[in-house]
Design a protein around this ligand. Structure first.
Ligand code: GLY
Length: 252
């Protein structure tokens, strides 16, 4: 099994570690153990029952108070009427300004959980645990959070960086072939855009990637996030055009 890797997104005071590899979820209790408040609100894809259980056990062992808020992943979660009840649940479960939100799921869960973290009580900390390949190599990192408006996607939102990102490759095992290929599209984009050597590595190892070979998939996520982190560090607020390059393949 390859050794997990740690990258750092360098944003001065807002810098944070990004762990990539098998079982990096084990970093969670270590990180939370150092925080003053021991209350965690897990905004999680309702389908990921095994992951909820695993995280709940990790928190319990460390004496951390964990609360689970189940969400139905998908674009409809990003409608304001679907997001609004999450605030009521946080209030009812007594989340305070020192609590931390943990986003567990794919892109829509991360967008919404990050947005709730950005706005609940004027902003609280959050941890990103992306569980799809696409979210691990893109939306789970970089602090873009938001919901949709009937006039367009992501028109309501905030830049709110997480405190920690855990890209645990064990969560990829439950993905469908379609979801793996969709994530690989994004990985290949990093190769085409920034890194010919990486692109050749991907060409050579495509079969292993599709099969989710642990070493190959970890290397691919790590290299993708190397480039994503560089773009975000240069243009956090998407103002100078550097970060816009990341939209090659979706917006363009
Ligand atoms: N998904 C593109 C970005 O984070 O800027």
């Amino acid at each position: 099994m390859p050794k997990p890797l740690q990258l750092k997104l360098k944003l001065g005071e807002r810098s944070y570690p990004i762990w990539v590899g098998q079982n990096v979820i084990q970093e969670l209790p270590k990180f939370l153990g150092k925080r003053k408040s021991k209350k965690v609100y897990m905004l999680a894809d309702a389908k990921l029952t095994q992951a909820h259980d695993e995280i709940s056990k990790l928190l319990f062992v460390k004496g951390i108070e964990g609360h689970l808020i189940l969400l139905n992943a998908g674009e409809s979660l990003k409608e304001i009427d679907a997001t609004y009840p999450i605030y009521a649940e946080l209030l009812q479960k007594k989340a305070d300004r020192d609590s931390v939100i943990l986003a567990l799921g794919g892109g829509t869960i991360g967008d919404v959980a990050g947005f709730v973290a950005a706005t609940y009580m004027r902003g609280i900390d959050w941890i990103s645990v992306p569980t799809t390949l696409l979210a691990q190599v893109d939306s789970g990192v970089g602090g873009k959070t938001g919901i949709n408006h009937s006039a367009g996607k992501n028109l309501i939102g905030a830049f709110h960086q997480p405190k920690l990102v855990l890209c645990d490759t064990q969560f990829l095992k439950t993905l469908s072939a379609r979801e793996i290929i969709s994530g690989l599209g994004e990985v290949i984009k990093y190769g085409i855009t920034f890194d010919p050597k990486f692109f050749h590595f991907l060409q050579k190892n495509l079969f292993d990637l599709i099969q989710l070979d642990p070493g190959t998939v970890q290397a691919a996520i790590q290299r993708s996030l190397h480039w994503k982190s560089k773009c975000v560090a240069k243009d956090e607020l998407d103002r100078t055009g550097t970060r816009e390059i990341l939209n090659f393949g979706h917006t363009f």
